[in-house]
Ligand binder design. Structure first.
Ligand code: ADP
Length: 251
């Protein structure tokens, strides 16, 4: 630990400087710890599909004549998981490192919202679920279309995945903000876990099984995307059941 000891009075100039320096050292240590943890998490998460890939490849070689097809399907699936993870890790680190360098343009919000909603409606239908859109709001403001579109897409995909049968998208706006609430009628999330959902690789235990798909990075990326637009994203369990994701963007 790097700390400066000072004998001077806390309130004089030297005391103040000492305090400032020690605060900075403390923040830097915290940052380094979280970077180290993230790196350890990434290595761990990438290793699991890689191990399964190697196992399936080994089995395919042993059973060359009969079960090969089945192992090749597994190999393909795990390779895709790795590919998705790597591109999500890159997205997250780009957003963290250079959120000021987004290509923001002044444009109507409907430009990204409409295609995202029609994709989601289609996907919901394919899963025998229904997407209901309430309210109709448009606003023109400065945002990065690609980033906002993938943020909304992430939240909608989760909602479709966990919904029982219905996903509701509610659009509202007040004087300064556009508010998009995406709710589902699924199991929701234990209240203790709500805060951690934005942590990279965090998953509620029921979706930990390897077949649930997803990289565990979706909400971390979404949060950074919304923060990069000075917006707010919140999660709430609904009274009856299901999760609500509330995104508020300044307009
Ligand atoms: P993943 O790639 O696992 O979907 P996310 O960061 O998007 O990663 O989500 C993290 C975890 O949050 C999910 O694995 C799941 O446990 C939980 N989660 C996200 N959205 C919902 C939802 N609508 N209902 C219930 N659980 C959810």
């Amino acid at each position: 630990k790097t700390r400066i000891q000072s004998n001077s009075n806390q309130n004089d100039e030297l005391g103040q400087l000492t305090n400032d320096f020690n605060k900075m050292a403390e923040n830097l240590e915290l940052l380094m710890t979280s970077q180290k943890r993230l790196l350890a998490d990434i290595s761990h998460e990438l290793r699991s599909p890689l191990t399964r890939l190697q196992m399936a490849a080994g089995l395919a070689q042993i059973h060359q004549n009969d079960q090969t097809g089945q192992y090749l399907v597994r190999i393909e699936k795990e390779a895709k998981t790795l590919d998705d993870m790597i591109s999500d890790v890159l997205k997250l680190s780009r957003l963290e490192a250079q959120s000021q360098m987004l290509s923001k343009e002044y444009q109507p919000f409907s430009l990204v919202l409409n295609p995202v909603l029609s994709d989601a409606t289609f996907e919901a239908k394919q899963n025998n679920k229904r997407l209901n859109i309430v309210g109709e709001q448009d606003a023109e403001f400065k945002y990065d279309g690609q980033i906002i579109s993938s943020a909304l897409d992430n939240v909608l995909r989760n909602a479709i995945k966990y919904a029982n049968s219905l996903i509701t998208v509610e659009l509202k706006h007040n004087k300064n903000h556009l508010i998009i609430t995406i709710s589902d009628d699924g199991p929701g999330v234990p209240n203790n876990d709500l805060k951690q959902l934005f942590e990279p690789f965090f998953r509620v235990s029921h979706s930990r099984e390897r077949n649930s798909g997803g990289t565990g990075l979706g909400l971390a990326i979404t949060k950074h995307a919304i923060l990069a637009h000075n917006g707010i994203i919140e999660l709430k369990n609904q009274d009856n059941s299901g999760l609500s994701v509330i995104i508020s963007l300044p307009i």
